[in-house]
Design a protein. Structure first.
Length: 481
């Protein structure tokens, strides 16, 4: 086990922006007494159903389109995209069977940023069937990171109808709209959805949440068309414990037990304030990029030196602490440069406090990202994390800072920390960290057992043990004959 004394000898600025985003539902399966996404077409022309719309080239951020077909009757169906007013199908023969479908967007050979819409529709089959029906479900776009974007269905063209949800009984009819595996709902403040084309003959509908296997409704059901908003902050529950949000039909005192309704524009929104505390039970979870009206972070530091990787942008400077970025690694020395200007959201940095105590960061109207960004410099990279990560075995070229020391050893990175990754065959490890040109860093760095001697010439260049003349051995100037 190597332990390197963090020795300081004492060189940019990146900015990033992110628009506030809504997290649209990615509807999944429903109970046996319900059906979802029923699409019917009566003619091959003028029957397209808008599934996604893009105003700012957003499709370029995604790599795959997924959807599921069931109960396909007559004809085949098509999924495709618009560039301007021109519609192009994915594939040449449509989709003629039930099951899950995936479209690899990266192989289309088009500029995805120019796509304005993705639509779905019926299609002629062997020049015969011109009408049909199918259930369309589990529709989403996928990023390389695994982040999903659910559909924002619009009204289909005149030769088609689309009913989102139909139920035949009040039990076993819930339709999963959102699933959470890491407490993600705690990042949101409101749930919005729109109900339309619901008739008085239908029963009311319900929206609610699961904690484990227990389902709880938001309020007492919804009886009318229109846009609905649920204030999640008023629920008086720990949102990080919610595992699902689901929708379903509801009976009326033993009366109506079935119905049909269109459920559109279902999304979570929030991110108005982001408060992160080091060591919290639920660290920041992966969610779409957004802009926070306020973002804070605090950490109690028992050492002056440390690493930091925050999901929000650090725009200002702070008294009592200096931030550094990696400049280069040369002659077994890691050279760092004081950061001037802002630190982009997700970018790992080194910091030094003037004294131990509490590191507090507070910003307003800042970009927040879902994933850290590597800071690459030549063959070395500084990486960071928003969650705990384990590097206990097989990471001999990984280095980190702890307890005002520079370590090359198995470790577990706590949330909001960073570390350094050198070449797989980096040779001898860096012995010093330098933040400038003075000679303060000509102090020795010794192994934990004190057995390794480190040599420098009087110019501060690392030397081997065979060098003659004036050398610095373990921090002491001496003559070697």
């Amino acid at each position: 086990m190597k332990k390197f004394l963090l020795t300081i000898i004492a060189f940019v600025s990146i900015t990033m922006s992110a628009d506030a985003q809504k997290l649209y539902a990615t509807p999944g399966e429903c109970g046996s007494n319900a059906k979802v996404g029923n699409y019917t077409w009566t003619a091959n022309n003028n029957n397209l159903l808008p599934v996604f719309e893009f105003k700012n080239g957003e499709l370029a951020n995604y790599t795959k389109l997924h959807f599921t077909l069931s109960n396909l009757k007559d004809g085949t169906v098509r999924m495709g995209y618009f560039v301007g007013s021109t519609f192009t199908e994915f594939g040449n023969n449509g989709f003629g069977s039930n099951g899950s479908k995936d479209v690899d967007l990266t192989t289309l050979g088009i500029d995805l940023s120019k796509v304005t819409k993705i639509s779905f529709g019926g299609r002629t089959f062997n020049e015969s069937a011109t009408s049909g029906s199918v259930n369309l479900s589990s529709v989403y776009l996928l990023k390389a990171s695994g982040e999903k974007l659910g559909p924002s269905y619009d009204t289909p063209a005149s030769n088609a109808t689309f009913i989102d949800y139909t139920w035949t009984d009040t039990n076993n009819n819930l339709w999963t709209l959102f699933e959470f595996t890491n407490g993600e709902l705690a990042n949101y403040t409101t749930l919005t959805f729109t109900i339309n084309e619901k008739t008085n003959e239908d029963g009311p509908v319900r929206m609610g949440y699961y904690v484990g296997s227990a389902f709880t409704e938001f309020g007492n059901g919804y009886y009318s068309d229109g846009s609905k908003t649920v204030d999640l902050t008023a629920l008086n529950i720990d949102l990080s414990t919610v595992t699902k949000i689901a929708f379903g039909g509801k009976g009326v005192d033993g009366g109506i037990k079935n119905g049909a309704v269109n459920l559109r524009n279902v999304y979570l929104e929030g991110h108005k304030e982001l408060a992160l505390t080091d060591g919290a039970a639920y660290p920041f979870t992966n969610s779409p990029d957004f802009t926070a009206t306020s973002a804070t972070y605090s950490r109690t530091c028992s050492s002056q030196w440390g690493t930091l990787c925050l999901p929000f942008e650090i725009k200002g400077t702070y008294d009592g602490v200096t931030f550094y970025s990696l400049n280069k690694v040369e002659d077994d020395v890691m050279y760092f440069t004081p950061v001037s200007g802002s630190i982009a959201a997700g970018t790992p940095v080194v910091f030094k406090m003037n004294a131990t105590g509490t590191l507090s960061i507070s910003e307003s109207n800042v970009a927040v990202v879902s994933n850290p960004v590597d800071a690459v410099n030549g063959s070395w990279t500084m990486q960071g994390t928003f969650t705990s990560q384990d590097f206990m075995y097989g990471y001999s070229n990984y280095y980190y800072i702890a307890g005002d020391k520079f370590w090359n050893d198995g470790f577990t990175a706590a949330p909001y920390r960073g570390w350094f990754v050198g070449p797989a065959t980096s040779g001898s490890a860096p012995y010093r960290i330098s933040t400038g040109d003075d000679t303060e860093g000509l102090q020795y760095v010794e192994q934990e057992d004190g057995s390794v001697k480190v040599y420098y010439d009087i110019q501060g260049r690392k030397a081997d043990s065979t060098r003659k003349g004036l050398v610095i051995e373990n921090g002491k100037l001496m003559m070697v004959k």
